[in-house]
Design a protein around this ligand. Structure first.
Ligand SMILES: [Zn+2]
Length: 255
């Protein structure tokens, strides 16, 4: 069976915030450390990226701590930007899709519901949404579309043998997870369907809610798809850096 290794690449952080940011409406008096990641899968059809970090300009604007350029960070795995065959965008929040322009040969993959919301809904001009999405990032994606490199998916889809795109809406209109065959069994990169492992283990979303019933259903579904809770990987947990072997500075092997 086609099998993949999964690496977490920390492009910024750690940063400290109230735990209530990542666990909705609770633990107001507690702090939590979080970090910013994208992920690389190595295997027969790879390299495949899930999300891609942000540009240096965006990092400066958003005052990210310990920022690293995604292309330079990826070099730690011996991979050049032009080597990337597929770039799966879990969703179109600024911290996940802000460096697509650095991967000019990659096929981009986005859920159709996610794309249509950010391209077409009048809601995106409301301040609650303008803080989550950057028009400049959209321009790079529009260029990819003009070049025939944008693939819009309606629900689950097979990406490559051993890699499945999984629709998991709730945090955003069309959040997409990736299920991968690995030597340890089926692993799921959930991105922000859970910001931390605690979101899944405690069945509790973060404060950034688009559709709460859909989110709860997605969490349940992803828990069922991963071979074990330790193979269901969240989007911003500092444990992704701390609890796994570091193979290069800022890069850990998850499985
Ligand atoms: Zn995020």
């Amino acid at each position: 069976m086609d099998s993949y290794e999964i690496y977490a690449l920390r492009y910024a952080g750690p940063e400290e915030s109230s735990r209530a940011l990542l666990l909705w409406n609770r633990d107001w008096d507690q702090k939590i450390q979080r970090a910013y990641y994208f992920w690389c899968l190595l295997g027969p059809g790879g390299p495949v990226l899930v999300d891609c970090g942000v540009s240096p300009e965006r990092a400066a604007q958003r005052k990210l701590k310990n920022y690293r350029h995604p292309a330079e960070l990826l070099g730690g795995l011996g991979i050049k930007p032009d080597d990337v065959r597929h770039l799966v965008l879990s969703h179109m929040h600024w911290d996940h899709c802000g460096a697509t322009g650095f991967f000019p040969r990659a096929q981009m993959h986005v859920q159709d519901a996610e794309w249509r919301f950010w391209r077409e809904s009048p809601l995106v001009r409301r301040s609650l949404f303008t803080i989550l999405h950057e028009p400049g990032d959209q321009e790079a994606l529009d260029r990819a579309q003009d070049q025939g490199r944008l693939n819009l998916h309606q629900g689950d889809a097979s990406l490559l043998p051993g890699l499945e795109l999984i629709s998991a809406p709730g945090h955003s209109p069309g959040l997409m997870a990736l299920k991968a065959n690995t030597a340890a069994g089926a692993a799921v990169l959930a991105s922000d369907c859970g910001h931390t492992f605690a979101n899944f283990s405690e069945d509790w979303p973060s404060i950034f809610i688009f559709d709460l019933p859909a989110w709860l259903a997605s969490m349940e579904r992803l828990r069922g798809l991963a071979a074990s809770p330790r193979l269901l990987f969240p989007g911003h947990d500092l444990a992704l850096s701390r609890d796994y072997p570091e193979v290069a500075p800022g890069i850990t092997r998850l499985v």
